[in-house]
Write a protein that binds this ligand. Structure first.
Ligand code: DP6
Length: 374
């Protein structure tokens, strides 16, 4: 008999964009409010390079975070007349933010086919982040996933029955259309996105909760985020992804991501932290190597990023702990370490690494369980 898990995996694998177009709704409410808090995530195997319609060029996997979250509420009210334009106000931390509106408009355009009610309403979108806006921490993953979840909550109230499974899958599908990495922020603690042979049920269209056993050593894993440079990003991720087109090492990089995911399977199962470190640090440096070898080329690390990495390597050798680092497309450093080493590692971070942070700023985060309805 085929296991139920395999059948679900086959269904997920065979899903297409069309499966996310809803059937007729039972009722469209006049008005209401929906709210979600959704976390950021930190990729272990990095998504870098995409095709049209937000299809990733390679598979990725991330830890969902707990402390870095975006809270979004959407007030909706039926409009008197249906219009060809979307209608919304955007408030960020209580104040109107015109400069964020184009990104939301693009998102609404991309998801309209899958949520055909959008033009029938006026929305007041109210959003805020738990982390400082100018921290250099990307808010697109938490922001887009929170908004996608709010719209999904609306859709749920217009439909007869939607299972939690279908709800989360479509929320991830929609979030992806806002920002690729956002599709990995709906659930936790580990989410995988992008088709790859070694992970059953993996899809380019949405993230899935990592479907295999994970060793206890990863419970409560810590991520202390060191804010090295809080300035504007020198290169947006959209531009960065495009630079993988015609990149001389693109094919090798995409193959490497598939291989690293496969390697991680046994690493996560066995809790082999030495092997974990080798994959995670290599992924971070490869991401930056791709930027350094693209045309045009960029260096997004700062001198303090390198100082931090060197300090981590020295300390790890001397203390025999398993502290390691990963990076996003910027200068900040995510310092990862297991719960049972925090009493040794955190004092080291405070004493030796925090001095390299801009204004001594850092954020204590850890692996989390995903978005929450408010
Ligand atoms: C380096 O998800 O921000 O953080 O799809 O263009 O919105 P868009 O890109 P985005 O890219 C994230 C890239 C990364 C790696 C990762 O999170 O996997």
């Amino acid at each position: 008999m085929i296991a139920l898990k395999t059948i679900f995996a086959q269904i997920e694998n065979s899903m297409s964009e069309k499966d996310f177009i809803p059937e007729a709704y039972t009722t469209l409410k006049e008005e209401g409010t929906v709210s979600y808090a959704s976390p950021s995530n930190i990729a272990l195997v990095k998504y870098w390079g995409k095709r049209e319609n937000q299809i990733p060029a390679n598979p990725s996997i991330s830890f969902t975070l707990a402390a870095c979250v975006t809270k979004t509420s959407v007030q909706y009210k039926k409009r008197n007349q249906k219009s060809n334009e979307f209608s919304f106000d955007l408030l960020f931390e209580g104040e109107a933010k015109e400069e964020f509106k184009p990104k939301i408009s693009t998102f609404l355009k991309r998801i309209e086919t899958y949520l055909p009610f959008l033009k029938e309403y006026h929305f007041v979108i109210n959003t805020s982040n738990s982390f400082p806006h100018s921290s250099g921490i990307a808010s697109s993953a938490s922001g887009m996933s929170a908004l996608a979840l709010c719209f999904m909550q609306m859709e749920r109230s217009f439909s007869e029955f939607v299972s939690d499974e279908d709800f989360k899958r479509k929320a991830s599908f929609l979030a992806r259309l806002g920002s690729g990495s956002a599709c990995r922020s709906i659930e936790g603690p580990l989410v995988q996105w992008g088709e790859t042979n070694s992970i059953e049920g993996s899809s380019n269209l949405f993230g899935i909760k990592y479907p295999y056993a994970v060793h206890n050593v990863f419970n409560n894993f810590h991520d202390t985020i060191l804010l090295v440079d809080k300035g504007e990003k020198q290169v947006s991720s959209t531009v960065g992804h495009e630079l993988m087109y015609g990149h001389p090492f693109a094919t090798q990089r995409f193959d490497q991501a598939h291989n690293n995911l496969e390697k991680l399977k046994s690493v996560l199962l066995e809790g082999d932290l030495d092997a974990f470190i080798r994959v995670i640090e290599s992924e971070a440096l490869t991401l930056h190597a791709m930027m350094m070898t693209s045309n045009p080329y960029f260096i997004l690390m700062k001198p303090n990023t390198l100082s931090i990495i060197n300090e981590i390597w020295k300390f790890r050798e001397a203390s025999k702990t398993h502290v390691c680092f990963t990076l996003d497309a910027g200068a900040n450093v995510h310092v990862l370490y297991p719960e049972n080493e925090k009493d040794v590692v955190f004092p080291f971070i405070k004493e030796k690494l925090v001095p390299f942070c801009q204004n001594g700023q850092y954020i204590c985060d850890r692996i989390g369980l995903g978005a929450k309805k408010l």
